[in-house]
Design a protein around this ligand. Sequence first.
Ligand code: NAP
Length: 514
Amino acid sequence: MSISLTQGMRTVQIDFPPSSAIFDSRPFPAVVADRGPPLSRSALRKIFVDAKSGELLSVHNPHDDSLVSDKIHAAGPEDVDAAVKAAHKAFKGDWGRKDPTDRAKAMLKFADLIREKAGEIAALETKAMGSAVATQTMGYNVGADLFTYYAGLADKIHGEAAYPSSAGKYKIIQREPIGVCAGIGAWNVSAVLFAWKAAPALAAGNTVIYKPSEKAPLGTLALGPLIQQCFPPGVINIVNGAGKTGQLLAAHMEIRQIAFTGSTATGRKIQEAAAKSNLKRVSLELGGKSPSLIFDDADLELAVSKSMEGIVANTGQICAMASRIFVQESIADNFIELLKGTFETASKGNMIGDPSLADTQVGPLADKAQFKRVMEYLEIGKKDGQLVTGGIQRGTNGLFVEPTIFKNTPNGSRIVQEEVFGPVVTVQTFKTEEEAVQMANDTVFGLSACIYTKSISRALRVTRDMEAGTIAVNDWYFPAPDTPFGGVKQSGYGREGGLEGLNEYLQTKTIQIK
Ligand code: NAP
């Protein structure tokens, strides 16, 4: 398959078969895109493997509905087995026992190559799922930063020795890799979701099989030649496919750990498949309906601009979006008026539009299913609450929706309780701090939260009482490589990022010596 991308003044031709798995051995000189020697078909065949399943998937560009490809291979049982076999061989061979500094070197090289190619690979994401190329470029750079961060931890995995020894035994606690680890990701920021899983797993000495979403498979697949240049065969394998392929990974008897990012509904299926197969370890990064609490002592201008950023970034398709705003009654009218003005100014400007343009910040929704879902929620919002602005499709071409605000929505409404995953926010009011916390916690989710106040004691009190895995004060929450990210309640469990992210991929072995 060949994909043409126009980036500014130049056209880049990316040539690769959109196949399933990557697990060949020979070092490979060429890379994606227009630099370096072109890839020969036979050379590409050594990286990309056609799916034996024979099943093909299609991707359409949500900006103009053009067909991106209808020949994207979906891995079936035989393909998944082949990837597991390759990953297992790599784990039992060189990689699992490699000097950690060598693992770190490979990861650092990979991080550099991702940075070099970030813009080009990001353009593939944009083509498949409509997110602004600037957003996805940032995503690939964050992905590279995660590999850099975890490369730094690869040689700092220490065990413990118990002393003084009891019962005449000397005790050693070793921290070891788990084996073959699988990752399954959503489509909204493919690079980050991939790196959150692969980077700590590799630093700890595991090998990885990763399945991107069928809505955005191309960017992750384009990492293939870069993987080939940095890692021994079988260390990272990408299996492409839809939910069926994910299910095969979740139920596989030889996979020891699975890290999932996606909806709560699919998270349940993963957990069930893990329980019914080999009881593999599971970590789940699931949905969110994150609250933003705006107190009357907040910097109002800051709260308004961050509230907008926190719901329109990536067209509202980020799990930690602050999609439920609670504002103190005394400043509510003023806040809503200012927020409405900011939304409408953004809508009139060139912030929203063709996602392949460098200045665009907000593109269309990812695909027709996502568009339909958001439009249905807009109708629920109009029925249950009061529309402040937006509420309609934007234009007639492409899957765009106007950034939308609803007010006076009852807490029990589906627009308040369910994840929309689009640029749609509800605004409710509160009188007291206690009421704000109670309303904010009245959800099955607990991924993130924002608090706007100038009082440090209030910020500390409220952060203590909030049921959320991550909290931002005077900002919306944006994950960083060196801190753990993840949810509580039905937003999942397990953490990605930081030292906690590394610990997910290690198990202890206790040795007693008499
Ligand atoms: P999804 O429908 O749950 O899909 C997520 C991934 O799971 C995709 O790769 C999907 O494959 C795969 N999948 C589907 N059914 C499966 C099954 N039965 N077994 C195994 N895998 C299966 O979620 P999505 O629509 O892609 O993503 C949106 C959701 O992700 C939102 O809820 C959002 O909040 C959440 N999210 C969470 C975080 C976080 O860090 N907490 C970050 C980003 C997104 P196909 O798509 O190819 O069918």
